[in-house]
Design a protein around this ligand. Structure first.
Ligand SMILES: [Zn+2]
Length: 275
């Protein structure tokens, strides 16, 4: 009994020592529009350029470099500051013609519908569930198809410049199956929205969500737990779409990023403080 207690105490101290000695590392590409994974934080949150993001119980955290992130950002972890140099991304310009004019220059009568969409989407994309750690289970491509619109591109609809693209468009046959990119919980389903059409938003925890737009229909409902690869809807052209495609989006704490960066292998660097 006594020896097992001593064993338990020494085992615990080893665990604490290991956590203490774990180096602070950051994995991913330091480039505009990319998601990054951090390890080795001791406190419950980190800040990036003054914005606070959660750390899970294992010391892991996520960060996103937005589409227009500056060339230098400052990460603060456990009272120390780290300057990170962010590479610029060349965002392309995409001119899309043949869009229903009302979806480019909406009527006053459309205002309530646009506000309903903005409110519902914002509510989903500001969800921060620190108990849900399914983002750590990895991600897959939700559908195979040709990319018909890149994340971040500057879009011109019927000759009118509009806001940059918040996701990646993947062209596919109407009715083909759209899969969940990762394990998680459905936060929003359907909606028949003005711009997004029928949508699905899946929560992967820690403030990370993936977004599926223009669906013919959603095949899951709000509150459902889904596994990576489960069918969540069918490709359509609902909302502002000129043809059947999946608009695949990704968001972290309501900042959109290039969704394919969830799929790519991440190189890690050990962070060294300037303090
Ligand atoms: Zn799109």
């Amino acid at each position: 009994m006594r020896s097992s207690l001593i064993y338990l105490i020494s085992a615990l101290s080893v665990v604490f020592w290991a956590a203490d000695a774990k180096a602070l590392s950051l994995c991913g590409t330091l480039k505009q529009g990319e998601v990054l994974i951090g390890h080795g934080a001791l406190s419950k949150s980190v800040t990036l350029d003054g914005k606070t993001y959660p750390v899970n119980k294992d010391g892991d955290f996520l960060l996103v470099l937005g589409r227009d992130a500056p060339s230098k950002v400052t990460l603060s972890v456990d009272g120390k500051n780290y300057d990170l140099a962010v590479a610029k991304q060349d965002w392309d310009i995409q001119s899309i013609k043949g869009v229903e004019q009302r979806k480019v220059t909406p009527l006053a009568a459309d205002e309530a519908e646009i506000l309903r969409e903005q409110k519902d989407v914002k509510e989903a994309l500001t969800t921060v569930d620190t108990d849900n750690q399914s983002w750590q289970d990895g991600f897959v491509l939700p559908i195979d198809g040709t990319i018909s619109g890149n994340f971040g591109n500057q879009r011109i609809f019927n000759g009118i410049p509009k806001s940059p693209h918040t996701g990646t468009d993947i062209a596919a046959t109407e009715g083909s199956e759209v899969k969940a990119a990762g394990n998680g919980k459905v936060l929003l389903s359907g909606g028949n929205y003005f711009y997004g059409g029928n949508m699905v938003i899946i929560d992967h925890g820690l403030g990370l969500q993936t977004i599926y737009m223009h669906l013919q229909k959603a095949t899951v409902k709000k509150g459902d737990e889904v596994k990576k690869g489960d069918v969540v809807g069918l490709v359509g052209k609902t909302g502002r779409a000129t043809g059947p495609h999946l608009h695949w989006g990704a968001s972290f704490n309501n900042i959109r990023f290039r969704p394919h960066s969830l799929l790519e292998a991440k190189q890690c660097i050990i962070l060294e403080s300037k303090d």
